[in-house]
Design a protein around this ligand. Structure first.
Ligand code: RB5
Length: 143
């Protein structure tokens, strides 16, 4: 599985450590930046990640910023993206099982790195349940 990942400066440290963790686990990880803790605009890396997911250049995406909100808002401007914000493993499970999130967004300034790993693993290992949740997802873009 190929995973695209991005962060702004606030999420840079967690992104760097998560890339190492996921690579060691056998995932192919594509880094969309940023490349340091120098202040930058999250949209500049969120849009390229969203495009890569939409164009199936990567299978799934992961994004970090301070609160997760700037990343989630930007990513969700893209029609093919369901970016879900998760700050606990159970939310990571539900955002895949119920919302089929194709990008996982985490708030680096409000969770531990250990929590980020648990959330990521849970999200990656969970299957979308389909059924009534598929109907609800379809209504996100048809109203
Ligand atoms: C950066 O200071 C911060 O605004 C950003 O990481 C994020 O939380 C925005 O939503």
């Amino acid at each position: 599985m190929k995973i695209g990942i991005c962060s702004d400066h606030a999420g840079f440290a967690y992104k760097t450590k998560l890339i190492a963790y996921l690579t060691k686990k056998g995932y192919e990880v594509v880094d969309f930046g940023t490349d340091s803790e120098v202040s930058m605009d999250y949209s500049d890396v969120a849009h390229p990640l969203a495009a890569a997911v939409e164009e199936k250049k990567v299978d799934l995406g992961i994004a970090f910023c301070g609160t997760g909100n700037g990343m989630a808002m930007t990513l969700n401007k893209h029609k093919g993206i369901r970016a879900g914000l998760a700050w606990a493993a159970e939310i990571g499970r539900l955002v895949k099982a119920h919302n089929n999130a194709n990008v996982l967004v985490m708030p680096a300034r409000f969770i531990s790195f250990r929590a980020a790993v648990n959330i990521t693993n849970t999200w990656l290992e969970t299957e979308f349940e389909g059924g009534r949740h598929q109907r609800r997802i379809e209504k996100m873009i048809t109203w």
